[in-house]
Ligand binder design. Sequence first.
Ligand SMILES: Cc1cc2nc3c(=O)[nH]c(=O)nc-3n(C[C@H](O)[C@H](O)[C@H](O)COP(=O)(O)O)c2cc1C
Length: 231
Amino acid sequence: MILGISGSPRKDEISGVYKLVKIVLENTGCAYELVSLRNKNIAGCVACLKCVEDNVCKVKDDFQELRESILDADAYVIGSPNYYSGINVLTHAFLERWFQFRHREGDLLWGKIGVAVGVGGTSGKYPADEIERFFNYNFIETVAKVEGQGAASCYYCGYGDSCKVGIPYFLYGENADVSEENVPDVTRQQDVVKSAAEAGRELGRLVREGYDRSEVTGRMQQRMMEMLKGS
Ligand SMILES: Cc1cc2nc3c(=O)[nH]c(=O)nc-3n(C[C@H](O)[C@H](O)[C@H](O)COP(=O)(O)O)c2cc1C
């Protein structure tokens, strides 16, 4: 099973993250579960260390219902919207809680694989890169990153044509036009859909054909050592 997570708080129908994560999953050819974090109550890690002995977080909230799926999954497709050039707090809190899986020989997730999906009003690069970093900390190898342009709230707020701090103005200046036909939609961005489909196919191939988790773990351990030495 491949677990897909959409970290957008928006309704699925208008969330670029949800749509893009779904395209990746559909192209894997594997069984998948797609969970939206919308309306979920998930706090960040509180560093209580109560998970150290048994790798089980003791904070009681909606993360608990997702824990088994995270452990069962062979691979992950995780997507976040770009908020202030990073991932949003919902996705961040969700991923912080993966701390519980990491302690000592807690190799519960080590050597698994994933796809990182980012969607922003300008670009999805920042969230995709940040999700990759979270994957690294869990020794999960990023098979592909998918980045799309979603509909900034400025297209719906009523002032998008003229607002001087809105994304349409940043991108198009006085020519900003927030009419319906100009609202960015990841499903109409052919290169984005293509990269999502390719990412899904590659992830599915690796899951079906199998891969050596200990080899991936070794590579990721090395990568983390290099990353943290240089920081
Ligand atoms: C609080 C907030 C901050 C945002 N910051 C950025 C940003 O820094 N850069 C960007 O490209 N888009 C930014 N956006 C726009 C979202 O990334 C964009 O609407 C995207 O489509 C959200 O994904 P979703 O459609 O799946 O919800 C921001 C949106 C919100 C609500």
